[in-house]
Design a protein around this ligand. Structure first.
Ligand SMILES: Nc1ncnc2c1ncn2[C@@H]1O[C@H](COP(=O)(O)OP(=O)(O)O)[C@@H](O)[C@H]1O
Ligand SMILES: [Mg+2]
Length: 374
């Protein structure tokens, strides 16, 4: 994986500017302009003052795209990064690419869409050697969950407990409404289409791996606790328990959990990140990894979930990692003679002003679904 080589502190020439590491007039002019298109509540995935400042120190200004206006009328941009979904937005990107085939779009909409659906999301993982996915079945038919209560055939050899997950994984609040189902009657009341996935005991600890191009950072988070076998037999307890956003919690400090919290070796994290990133064809993702023990007592890793352009502000040191990634993408793009010079030559203060201007990012024609942090 790429070594982190950018510093998050100002370069010596700007050090006298003092303050928050912010606006120094001695900084070099912006060389590149990145247009970012995302809902305002998603700007903090990485468009934070600390990132804007570091990027500005390295000649990058970030400008919010106004997705209510044609993208082709905006810019010039040297790179576009986006986290908006839906056909109208896709059409905007296509039109832009036709006009500016040399401007990188991070990332291809078709590849993003594949991981917005839990049916297709984990397909790509099935082909990898180093990790597996939990066993699962898809329930398409609206009447099916009820039928499942009496019918063994659909569940096949899946064992309780199961996790019921909505098919859509687009970050909307509804997509995070999951349900831990301890026994058959807990399936009553679930709404199809959904994925029924075997719950895998993993010590209550989740490894969230943030990927930025070739760089991977593993963060330890809380997860669903161990489910003892007796819980499945306890008919006085709830047959199913809904839950949401469990992995946003800090890891539990329960006694005996210490070994479960030891993160996987970095080389392993790098390998999985590299394979997974290539398989999904995306540069900006995170994924949820759990560790369980197989019958031989060896560690086995499973991928549960993949998210596009996640909340990088929760990844320690995200600013230099993202800055370096964008610089690499910008420097390696093909250069054409008929294009206006990179970045339109605005200075850092203009860059910051442009960034602060309020804009709407609702694509015309369709409201993107509201998102919550994945
Ligand atoms: N098959 C599973 N076995 C054990 N725990 C799981 C499983 N699937 C999900 N979880 C737990 O539930 C959390 C949420 O599931 P996930 O598929 O990541 O949905 P979301 O889209 O809400 O992030 C995971 O981070 C993990 O803690
Ligand atoms: Mg998740």
């Amino acid at each position: 994986m790429a070594e982190q080589s950018l510093s998050s502190s100002p370069p010596p020439a700007a050090a006298g500017g003092g303050g928050s590491g912010g606006s120094s007039s001695v900084r070099p002019p912006a060389v590149y302009t990145i247009g970012y298109a995302m809902l305002p509540n998603k700007h903090d995935t990485f468009v934070q003052p600390s990132f804007i400042d570091l990027a500005a120190q390295h000649g990058i200004r970030c400008v919010a795209v106004d997705a209510s206006r044609p993208l082709v009328e905006q810019g010039p941009f040297d790179l576009v990064v986006h986290k908006l979904y839906g056909q109208p937005w896709r059409a905007q990107l296509e039109a832009y690419s036709v006009l500016h085939p040399d401007i990188p779009i991070i990332d291809p909409p078709a590849n993003i869409e594949r991981i917005l659906d839990r049916l297709t999301m984990l397909d790509v993982v099935s082909g990898l050697d180093s990790v597996a996915v939990p066993r699962q079945v898809i329930v398409h038919d609206a009447g099916a969950p009820l039928q499942l209560v009496d019918d063994d055939a659909v569940l096949g050899d899946l064992r309780f407990p199961l996790i019921a997950k909505p098919v859509e994984a687009d970050g909307s609040a509804a997509s995070h409404n999951l349900c831990l189902v301890y026994r058959r009657e807990g399936l009553r009341g679930l709404r199809a289409p959904l994925v029924l996935q075997e719950f895998v005991n993993h010590g209550g600890v989740l490894f969230k791996v943030y990927v930025v191009g070739d760089h991977a950072t593993c963060v330890t988070r809380s997860s669903l606790p161990y489910v003892p076998h007796e819980r499945l037999q306890d008919l006085t307890a709830d047959a199913a328990v809904p839950f949401a956003n469990i992995s946003l919690l800090a890891p539990t400090t329960a006694v005996g959990d210490e070994s479960a919290k030891v993160p996987p070796p970095q080389e392993f994290v790098d390998k999985v990140a590299r394979e997974l990133g290539r398989a999904v064809g995306l540069h900006l993702i995170n994924f949820d990894l759990i560790r369980t023990m197989d019958a031989q007592g060896d560690a086995k890793y499973l991928v549960l979930d993949i998210n596009y352009c996640p909340g990088y502000s929760k990844m320690p040191g995200f600013e230099p990692v993202l800055t370096e990634f964008f610089l690499e993408m910008l420097r390696s793009r093909p250069v054409r003679d008929d294009r206006p010079g990179p970045g339109a030559g605005l200075g850092v203060d203009e860059a910051r002003k442009a960034e602060a201007e309020p804009t709407s990012v609702i694509p015309s024609g369709a409201e993107p679904r509201q998102l919550v942090q994945a």
